[in-house]
Structures are given as structure tokens and as C-alpha cells.
Write a protein that binds this ligand. Structure first.
Ligand SMILES: Cc1ncc(COP(=O)(O)O)c(C=O)c1O
Length: 498
């Protein structure tokens, strides 16, 4: 005989009408005053929640993989045990109500019109594949003509760019990149570049089938005026807009109806304290293609709508998707809930960014209003970062030799008509650190980064010291050979003259 669905972990509230949890409707992604169960979390409790972090590492890189507090991990473990205790019962009775509860919490958080608009997927990369796969089919099935355009930002995330090429360009699309300036001075500069790129995409009457717009770009990290760009797409007749907002929820307010894209995805494991890996994909119920989207992994639920397809993609661990409510409970232990967290993160990351820029004689990569909880800071030009590989090697060295975890960006782009930005010594700034601030960070984390870079500068370090020996040797050998030839030539001329 079938047993009743298992209870969710702890005493999480029930879901009604697709809007469980009593959260407000999205605009600020803020907490409901009614759902503030305990006293504000203390500094000691925050430390305890992140006691599993490597205490030796100064992790100023929440952006790459996020973080998950112990209380949410404990809830996840309860779900995992529930599954393993009686897998059949869990799959047939517990899983879907649990996922619905999470989807309803997300729907309320981001202002979705209905829970049916929200699917849970593993990550933003998967969400992008869902959208790109649909675009590819539109080419293959003749709804789009060969050569129709897809527009994306130059700073689109690498995996998403590859997804666009692998699915859509391969199916016949022309890909047009929006060349954004960096360092960036204003939202207007981004809007102007976007308009210009749309003109290129539409040249000769070409149709623009899809625009892929980041909400917060990864590297370099900049908040994109996404609502304005979506509005421009609508005015210019772009068929549909996918917003890759992998970093957004927990960093900036998200109101999907206000933004108005066709597809909007955000990870919940980056800035919303869920364990890896869980993201949501919002698709407008009234949008023309919502019903035609499919998960790239075809399973039992194929054809029953994306939320159902995504909720059963074979046997796997769904526990990360089942603890969204516990993550919400966690953020509500902070003054102001998630809104308070991101406001404080923003203030702190700007303060720390300015401290580093001052110590290094550099500057921030964008004005504070284009930053959330991450900020780009120029590194001293004398470090000589001259390629993506250089940037990766310096990052690895900072991790290994100084126990600092921070991504480094190599800026190869020159803004047309402008000189490369320079540091206080007049050296061009080609390398930038992307620092994050999350609730577990302390000032000493950033001071360690500051001191590490200052030490490198004082020791005369340059990135070429980290280049593979072969290359360095071969360039040195080439120089040696050239010298010998020159010496030989002079000797020969000398002999002739004598
Ligand atoms: C803008 C952007 N898109 C997509 C992704 C991919 O996220 P995930 O690895 O969780 O799929 C990232 C990851 O950092 C990102 O920054």
C-alpha cells in the first residue's frame, strides 16, 4: 500500500496557490515580516554556519561557486536520508511535492505570475542549453531562416557563448557580439553599444531571433541595465530575450515581470545560500514558446512541460533543489533578510575595493552603481599580465603561495578612442582582480590580498616569471641566437674592413 508523502524537513510551511512561505512579491526579494522566527543571527553563529570553510584560505571569491551554511546542508542531508530510506516512496510521493514547494518559494521571491512559470534546473549552464536547444530546433524546423541573427554580449559567460555556438550557430545563426567597453563608465555607454550592435545584427533586413543578455557579467563583472536592454529588444523587434542572470538572486533585486524577458535564469547556489547545484529558469506563461521548451535530458516526463521534465531527469540526487525554503529561512535570520545582506555586501565590497585600489595606485573597473557584491579592481601594471594564461597563473600562485582565492581578469580590450587606463606609475593596467563580499568575509581577507600583491610588486615580480619554461627558454634562446648572429655579422664586417 502506498504511504503518504514524507514530510518536508523540519516544520517548513505548506504551499498554497503556488505561493508558499509568505514572502513579498519579488521587487526587493525581501523577507516577509511574518516569517522572522528567531533573533538576528550573531557573528558567532555566522562563523559556526561556515565552520566547514578552509580556515587557512582568504576566500574573496564567493562569485564562482557561492557558499552554503551548515543549517542548509543539514536540511539537505535530511532529504538525502529520506530518499535513501525508501527510494520508491520518495520518488513517487515525496519528490514532486518537495520540488513544488521550492518552485513556489522561488516564484514568490522573483515575482513570477504563477508557479508554473518556474522550473528548477541544475545550473545556469543547463538553463542556457534549454533555451539554445529551442533556438536550434527553430532553425532546423524552418521557423528561422539560415543567417538570422543571435546577439550576445562580448562578456557573455564562456560556457554560454559555447552553448550559443554549439547549438545555434551550428544550426545556421549569425552570431553578433556586443563589444562592451572596460573599464566601464556608465550604463548609458553599455546601452549605446547594445543599440549599435543591434543595428549591425539587423543590417540588410536580417531578423534577430534571440538576444542573450547577462544581468551581471562574470568577467569582468558589471551590472548590465538589463531592463533597458530588454525594452530596446522589444522596440527593435527581437523575437525573444534570454537573460543569463547566473549571479543575480542575492546580489540585486529581481522582479521577472518588471524585467520582462522571455527567459530568465539565476543560480540559487551562488548568492542565495543553496547547496550546489540549483538554479531556476523563469519562462513567461503568456510567452510564445514556453510550452515548446524541453530539458536537454529527455526522460519519463518528456512533453509534460519544462517544470515537470526538469523534476524527473532520471535517478539522481534532488536534495539541493529541495532546500530553497531552508535557504530562505537562513537569510531571514539577518537584519533586512536578503535585501539587508546584499546592501551590506555591496557597501563592504566597494569599501574593500577602494582600499585595494588606493594601496595599489589603481582604480575600480566600474562605478559603484554598476556593482553588486562583486567589484573589479585594477592590479599594478608592473605585474605585466599579458594573457588569460598569465591571469590564471597569477591566480594559482596567489592561492598556493598566499592562500588567497581571487579570480583575475586579463583586459585585452582597448576602448576605441581612449588610451588604456594606467596606474599611478603610468603603467597600463591589464590585470584586474574580481573581489566578492559575502557574509562570512572579514577585512583581513582583503588585507591579505593587498599585502600579497604589494609583496610581489616590491620583489619586482612580473607574470612572465610564471610562464612555462619552454616558452621563456625559447624566447631567450631566440634572443641569444639573434645576438650571436649580430656579433658574428659585426665580426665579419670588421674583418672585411680590416
Ligand atoms: C554570467 C554567468 N553565466 C553562467 C554561469 C554558469 O553558472 P553555472 O556554472 O552554475 O552553470 C556563470 C558562472 O559563473 C556566470 O557567471
Amino acid at each position: 500500500m502506498a504511504s503518504p508523502p514524507p514530510p518536508p524537513p523540519d516544520d517548513a510551511p505548506a504551499v498554497e496557490n503556488g505561493h508558499g512561505h509568505g514572502h513579498d512579491h519579488g521587487n526587493g526579494n525581501g523577507p516577509s515580516p511574518a516569517k522572522r522566527p528567531r533573533a538576528v543571527i550573531s557573528a558567532a553563529e555566522i562563523c559556526a554556519e561556515f565552520a566547514h570553510h578552509d580556515a587557512a584560505a582568504a576566500r574573496v571569491n564567493n562569485g564562482s561557486f557561492g557558499c552554503c551554511p551548515a543549517s542548509v546542508l543539514a536540511a539537505q542531508a535530511r532529504w538525502q536520508r529520506l530518499f535513501l530510506a525508501q527510494p520508491d516512496d520518495f520518488y513517487f510521493h515525496g519528490l514532486q511535492p518537495g520540488l513544488l514547494r521550492s518552485r513556489a518559494a522561488v516564484a514568490a521571491l522573483v515575482g513570477a505570475a504563477d508557479v508554473s512559470e518556474v522550473s528548477l534546473v541544475d545550473n545556469a549552464t543547463t538553463a542556457a542549453a534549454i533555451v539554445m536547444q529551442h533556438a536550434a530546433w527553430s532553425f532546423a524546423e524552418g521557423r528561422f531562416a539560415r543567417g538570422d541573427a543571435v546577439v550576445m554580449l562580448h562578456y557573455a559567460y564562456g560556457a554560454v557563448k559555447k552553448s550559443i555556438h554549439a547549438y545555434v550557430a551550428r544550426a545556421g545563426a549569425t552570431v553578433v557580439e556586443v563589444p562592451l567597453p572596460f573599464p566601464v563608465s556608465s550604463a548609458e555607454a553599455i546601452i549605446a553599444e547594445f543599440r549599435a550592435a543591434l543595428d549591425v545584427a539587423k543590417a540588410g533586413g536580417r531578423k534577430v531571433r534571440l538576444a542573450v543578455i547577462d544581468h551581471i557579467t562574470s568577467m569582468p563583472s558589471v551590472i548590465i541595465p538589463v531592463k533597458d536592454l530588454v525594452a530596446i529588444c522589444r522596440q527593435e523587434g527581437v523575437d525573444s530575450v534570454f537573460v543569463d542572470a547566473a549571479h543575480s538572486i542575492g546580489q540585486v533585486p529581481v522582479d521577472v515581470r518588471d524585467i520582462g524577458a522571455d527567459f530568465y535564469t539565476s543560480n540559487l547556489h551562488k548568492w542565495f545560500f543553496c547547496p550546489p547545484a540549483v538554479a531556476f529558469l523563469h519562462t513567461r506563461k503568456d510567452g510564445p514558446v514556453a510550452a515548446q521548451l524541453h530539458h536537454p535530458v529527455v526522460s519519463q516526463e518528456y512533453g509534460n512541460g519544462l517544470p515537470m521534465e526538469s523534476g524527473w531527469i532520471g535517478t539522481r540526487d534532488y536534495s539541493a533543489q529541495l532546500v530553497v525554503s531552508e535557504a530562505i529561512d537562513f537569510v531571514n535570520r539577518f537584519e533586512g533578510g536578503i535585501e539587508g545582506i546584499r546592501t551590506r555586501n555591496h557597501e563592504k565590497v566597494i569599501e574593500m575595493g577602494r582600499m585595494l585600489a588606493e594601496a595599489w595606485g589603481t582604480f575600480l573597473g566600474s562605478p559603484p552603481e554598476l556593482c553588486g557584491s562583486m567589484v573589479m579592481v585594477g592590479m599594478p601594471g608592473c605585474l605585466g599580465v599579458e594573457s588569460d594564461d598569465d591571469a590564471m597563473r597569477v591566480r594559482t600562485m596567489l592561492r598556493k603561495d598566499f592562500q588567497v582565492e581571487v579570480p583575475i581578469y586579463y583586459n585585452s580590450r582597448r576602448v576605441e578612442g581612449h588610451e588604456m587606463s594606467k596606474d599611478k606609475n603610468g603603467d597600463p593596467v591589464t590585470g584586474y582582480v574580481r573581489i566578492s563580499h559575502q557574509i562570512y568575509n572579514v577585512k583581513e581577507d582583503y588585507e591579505r590580498l593587498r599585502d600579497a600583491v604589494n609583496k610581489l610588486v616590491s620583489e619586482g615580480f612580473t607574470s612572465n616569471k610564471l610562464r612555462p619554461l619552454q616558452k621563456v627558454l625559447s624566447s631567450e634562446m631566440t634572443a641569444c641566437l639573434a645576438c650571436s648572429l649580430l656579433v658574428g655579422l659585426f665580426a665579419f664586417i670588421n674583418d672585411c674592413l680590416v
